[in-house]
Design a protein around this ligand. Structure first.
Ligand code: ATP
Length: 213
C-alpha cells in the first residue's frame, strides 16, 4: 500500500462502463489489490432504505404505491414508471443525486483522513455505472481526479449481461440504448480497461496497470 505524507492524498478515480462491461468484476480485482471501492449503486440503495429521509422524500414525490408493505421502496415499479418518461426520471434524479453525492463525499473524506496514518491508499475508486450519463455541463464531478472506463464490445456486453441476469438480448439492448455510447464513454476516459478477453486476461491487465500507473 502507498505511504502518505502531507503532500500526498489519494487520487479519486471514477470507474464506469456500460451494462455487463465488467465494472463489478474490475472492482473485485481492485479490492483484492487492497484499494478502497466506493459503490454508488450501494449508496443509491442505502439512501432510500426503509425509514430513511430519502425514502420519505421519494414517496412524498411519487406516491404511496411505491412503498411496499415491508417498508422497502418498490424499486422495480418505480424503475418501470420512469423508464420511458424522461421528465419523471429527471424528478427522481434531482432528488437522489445530491444525496448520493453527499454520501460519496463523506466516504472520500474518510479515506482522505487516512493521510495522517502511516499507510493510505494511492487511489480510491468510486464505481459509478451511469457516470457519463450524469454529466450535463461538460465537467466531470469535481470530486474526481480521473475517469477510468471498463470497455467491452457490445456483443460481449449483451452476452455477459443476458447470461448473468437471464434477460433477453433485446432487453439488454434496450438498456444499452438508454446508456451513453461506447464512444461517448471513451471520450471521457483517462484510462481504459479493455475487457475483451477472459478473466485471466483482465486480472493480468489490472496488475500491470496498477504496477505502472
Ligand atoms: P452491470 O452494470 O450490468 O451490473 P458490470 O459492468 O458490473 O455489469 P460484471 O457484473 O462485472 O459487469 O460482469 C457481467 C458478467 O460478465 C458477470 O457475470 C461477470 O462474471 C462476467 N464477466 C465479466 N468480465 C468477464 C471476463 N473477462 N470473462 C468472463 N466473464 C466475465
Amino acid at each position: 500500500m502507498h505511504t502518505c505524507n502531507s503532500s500526498k492524498t489519494p487520487r479519486i478515480i471514477g470507474l464506469t462502463g456500460g451494462i455487463g462491461s465488467g465494472k463489478t468484476t474490475v472492482c473485485k480485482l481492485l479490492a483484492q489489490h487492497g484499494f478502497p471501492i466506493i459503490d454508488a449503486d450501494e449508496i443509491a440503495r442505502q439512501i432510500v432504505a426503509p425509514g430513511s429521509p430519502g425514502l420519505q422524500s421519494v414517496i412524498r414525490l411519487f406516491g404511496q404505491q411505491y412503498l411496499q408493505k415491508d417498508g422497502h421502496l418498490n424499486r422495480t415499479k418505480l424503475r418501470d414508471y420512469i423508464f420511458n418518461d424522461p421528465q419523471q426520471k429527471d424528478r427522481l434524479e434531482s432528488l437522489l443525486h445530491p444525496l448520493i453525492r453527499q454520501q460519496i463525499l463523506k466516504e472520500i473524506q474518510f479515506y482522505r483522513e487516512k493521510e495522517n496514518e502511516q499507510a493510505c491508499p494511492k487511489w480510491v475508486f468510486v464505481a459509478i455505472p451511469l457516470l457519463i450519463e450524469s454529466i450535463h455541463d461538460g465537467q466531470k464531478p469535481d470530486y474526481l481526479d480521473e475517469i477510468w472506463v471498463v470497455d467491452s464490445s457490445e456483443e460481449d456486453q449483451m452476452r455477459r449481461a443476458s447470461k448473468r441476469d437471464g434477460q433477453s438480448t433485446e432487453q439488454i439492448k434496450k438498456i444499452m440504448n438508454q446508456q451513453a455510447s461506447r464512444k461517448q464513454r471513451l471520450q471521457w476516459a483517462d484510462r481504459v480497461i479493455h475487457n475483451h478477453g477472459d478473466l485471466k486476461n483482465l486480472q493480468d491487465q489490472i496488475s500491470t496497470l496498477l504496477e505502472n500507473a
